[in-house]
Design a protein around this ligand. Structure first.
Ligand SMILES: NC(=O)c1ccc[n+]([C@@H]2O[C@H](COP(=O)([O-])OP(=O)(O)OC[C@H]3O[C@@H](n4cnc5c(N)ncnc54)[C@H](OP(=O)(O)O)[C@@H]3O)[C@@H](O)[C@H]2O)c1
Length: 263
């Protein structure tokens, strides 16, 4: 299928990687054209013969699935502006609408979710919530501690949920179809708790104490050329060194990186 990703940040890189590994075509759109081109170029090295290109404002034109890999409420606004082009398409909302100034609440009112707000902005589209509990670094890696990633999927349209499940399983992950879109409220609330509890549980301190060399920060671009560390598939995925060090041990580093990366 053709997977169009709106945004060229950490999650775009992670989801783009998994989509290409799954044999899909990837289109990258970003409000900054050069960023979309750079990411497409990086992703083209993940899988040999990968079909990945940067696209312009007509990004949704041939997409089977459009992933909004931008913060909330930007994702809602982009969706609303593109409502016509997105009509009839499956739109994947991956956001965590967290108040990043306090990390103690969501910016959507109780009784709804960002996914439902986005769905209201594109009533002709099939909106699916997915990937919001899956961190960017682990997506690029494709596993945590040797285990496949779980991806929760919620949406009101059965076909759209199946399409997203297919994307997830083809990329080597485990789809967990939880049913209707209203479950996005719990998925978003759960991820807020996940982020907010890091300090309370002392995970950041534990991580730093155990391995002060671990870089805690937004999932960065690869710091080594693809394949430079022995050419293993993992390296070719573009996973940065900090994630490689953390992946075999626990999810802590990835969690921290996700938080600082505004997951
Ligand atoms: N990081 C994670 O581990 C993680 C995990 C689960 C879910 N998420 C969710 O995934 C989404 C993307 O996160 P990320 O970590 O990939 O963020 P990121 O690395 O900061 O990338 C965000 C992307 O969105 C674009 N963007 C920002 N504001 C925009 C606007 N107003 N209009 C259009 N584009 C805009 C940015 O473009 P510019 O560079 O031009 O600003 C950039 O391409 C967020 O909703 C986040 O909550 C993240």
């Amino acid at each position: 299928m053709i997977v169009t990703i709106v945004g060229a940040g950490n999650m775009a890189r992670g989801i783009g990687t998994r989509a290409l590994v799954g044999g899909h075509s990837v289109r990258v759109h970003d409000r900054t054209e050069t960023k979309a081109r750079d990411l497409a170029s990086d992703l083209s090295r993940v899988v040999s013969g990968a079909d990945v290109t940067a696209v312009g404002a007509d990004a949704a034109a041939d997409a089977d699935l459009v992933v909004l890999a931008v913060p909330y409420p930007a994702g809602r606004d982009v969706a609303a502006a593109w409502a016509g082009g997105l009509a009839g398409r499956t739109v994947v909302d991956i956001c965590n609408p967290v108040d990043f100034t306090t990390f103690d609440s969501l910016v959507v009112p109780p009784g709804t979710s960002a996914a439902e707000q986005i769905a209201a902005a594109v009533p002709e589209s099939r909106v699916v919530k997915a990937f919001n509990t899956t961190l960017a670094g682990t997506l690029a890696e494709g596993e945590v501690a040797g285990r496949p990633l779980d991806v929760f999927i919620a949406g009101d349209d059965d076909t759209a949920r199946r399409t997203v499940s297919d994307l997830v399983s083809s990329g080597g992950m485990r789809p967990l179809d939880v049913g209707p879109l209203h479950w996005a409220r719990e998925l978003e609330g759960f991820q807020l708790l996940h982020m907010a509890s890091q300090e309370r549980l002392g995970l950041e301190l534990v991580q730093r104490r155990r391995d002060p060399a671990v870089t805690v920060g937004a999932c960065p671009r690869p710091r080594v050329p693809p394949g430079a560390r022995g050419g293993a598939a993992r390296d070719r995925s573009g996973t940065p060194p900090c994630h490689r060090r953390s992946a075999g041990r626990s999810t802590r580093a990835s969690t921290l990186e996700g938080r600082e990366g505004r997951c």
